[in-house]
Design a protein around this ligand. Structure first.
Ligand code: 8DG
Ligand code: MG
Length: 132
């Protein structure tokens, strides 16, 4: 059976309408691609708790409010992912790549130039349509 993972993902947007991207380390699943920060929901937590925990661990941000944005299920050849994507407009602190990953604040109109995992295409389309 394929591995299945439930992932809390943050589309983090700042006041300049730039979105925070992080580059996945090369050895990881979908390595080398740009992602919206986030990670696996653990058995003992809600998606919102996972989102808050992961964004602090990965990019140093303290999320104060988030809202559901979209939910995507995608089959990679080796893994089934469910991406539970939330819009994060309210946060404090400075973004840092705490796992030594590259991070970038990217203007919405430049998002299409980045290489994302295949599952992300609908997310980028929705950001361009609704937030751009
Ligand atoms: N965070 C994130 N993951 C994504 C995106 N698009 C996408 O296909 N994924 C996939 C890649 C991975 O298979 C999975 C995320 O799992 P992960 O292994 O990075 O989770 P994690 O941060 O909890 O890391 P760890 O437990 O392995 O340390 O979701 C995205 O935009 N953001
Ligand atoms: Mg992660």
């Amino acid at each position: 059976m394929q591995k299945r993972v439930h992932v809390a993902v943050g589309v983090i947007i700042n006041q300049d309408k730039h979105i925070l991207l992080a580059k996945r380390h090369g050895h990881l699943h979908q390595g080398g691609k740009w992602e919206f920060p986030g990670g696996k929901v653990e058995a003992n937590e809600t998606v919102t708790e996972a989102l808050i925990r992961e964004l602090k661990e990965e990019v140093n941000l303290d999320v104060t409010a988030s809202s559901p944005f979209m939910d995507i299920s995608h089959d990679y050849p080796d893994k089934h992912v469910r991406l539970d994507i939330h819009l994060v407009k309210d946060f404090s602190n400075e973004a840092l790549g705490l796992e030594n990953q590259q991070i970038r604040w990217v203007p919405i109109y430049n998002l299409a130039e980045f290489d994302f995992p295949e599952a992300n295409k609908p997310i980028v389309d929705k950001i361009l349509a609704e937030l751009g």
